[in-house]
Design a protein around this ligand. Structure first.
Ligand code: GUN
Length: 282
């Protein structure tokens, strides 16, 4: 039976440390502030943003929400981002994805000042990560790396297989794992013989958004399995991308859903906001 990686507990510890840092900044008269932009009424985004606001409140970070109408024009969105870039009281800016498809999200991410880009989506920060330079690492990959660190899971020389090549999770994970000396394979919808790659993985990271997609026959004995998925099954129950019940019996470590990667993602966002605030005061 696998050790269950307790993301909920680990995230709690990080939040406690960040609260101390936040209090220190406030004692110096600096009030960390995160500005969050949401365009339209995406249901999942509303839940994510609500969760982010709750954790900001817990730590003492000011949470400023900008809810934009789905009919907004690209230049209005860019104008808001540029206004927030110029505002010294704002330390972090987050544009919640997705946004309506007539808008260009990549251009918008590129307009967020790299110093305030707490999601790590600006091409400058993406490039810095690729060069293994200090930067804002996007929150889910960063949270996963912190889980490895906390559970003493060394990536050196390990075969890491990532399923999913999104800009938010899969791609930054490639760099994070490479920076820790892993041998990295990335699989996606066009991959031939997926099982060959998953069975070869010492560490399998799954981020595709398909409920219980990874079954025990796809996993090597003793593998570390990280589940980034958040899905609802036919009964409305929250499930990951991994068939937890069966894979748990084969893996050495596994993350649950909920209570695995999710809480760590938000904790790392808070980490990045505090880091941006500390950098701004230098
Ligand atoms: N949508 C889903 N996940 C994320 C995230 O980590 N950041 C942003 N900005 N949008 C998201």
């Amino acid at each position: 039976m696998a050790v269950i990686i307790d993301g909920k507990e680990l995230a709690k510890k990080y939040r406690a440390k960040l609260k101390v840092k936040c209090d220190e900044l406030k004692n110096k008269g600096i009030n960390p502030k995160l500005a969050v932009i949401m365009v339209g009424n995406d249901n999942a985004s509303q839940i994510y943003v609500k969760n982010k606001s709750k954790v900001c409140e817990e730590i003492g970070i000011i949470f400023e929400e900008y809810l934009l109408n789905e009919n907004i024009k690209q230049d209005e969105l860019i104008n808001l981002i540029e206004k927030l870039n110029r505002d010294d009281s704002v330390h972090g800016i987050l544009l919640q994805s997705p946004i309506p498809s007539n808008l260009n999200i990549n251009e918008a991410f590129g307009k967020i000042s790299p110093e305030k880009d707490v999601d790590g989506f600006n091409p400058v920060n993406v490039g810095k990560l690729a060069l293994n330079q200090d930067t804002f690492v996007s929150c889910t990959p960063y949270g996963i790396m912190k889980m490895f660190e906390s559970y003493n899971i060394d990536l050196t020389g390990k075969n890491v297989t990532i399923i999913g090549r999104s800009n938010i999770v899969g791609k930054p994970l490639i760099q994070c794992c490479l920076n820790k000396n892993a041998t990295v394979t990335v699989c996606h919808s066009k991959t031939k013989d997926l099982n060959e790659h998953t069975k070869n993985a010492d560490i399998l990271i799954v981020a595709i958004g398909k409920s219980k997609f990874v079954t025990d026959d796809m996993v090597k004995d003793g593998a570390v399995v990280i589940d980034v998925g958040i899905n609802r099954d036919e009964n409305g129950k929250l499930t990951g991308d991994v068939d937890f019940e069966n894979v748990e019996k084969k893996a050495s470590y596994i993350t649950p859903v909920p209570g695995g990667v999710g809480p760590m993602t938000i904790a790392m966002l808070m980490n990045n906001v505090i880091k941006a605030t500390e950098n701004a005061k230098l």
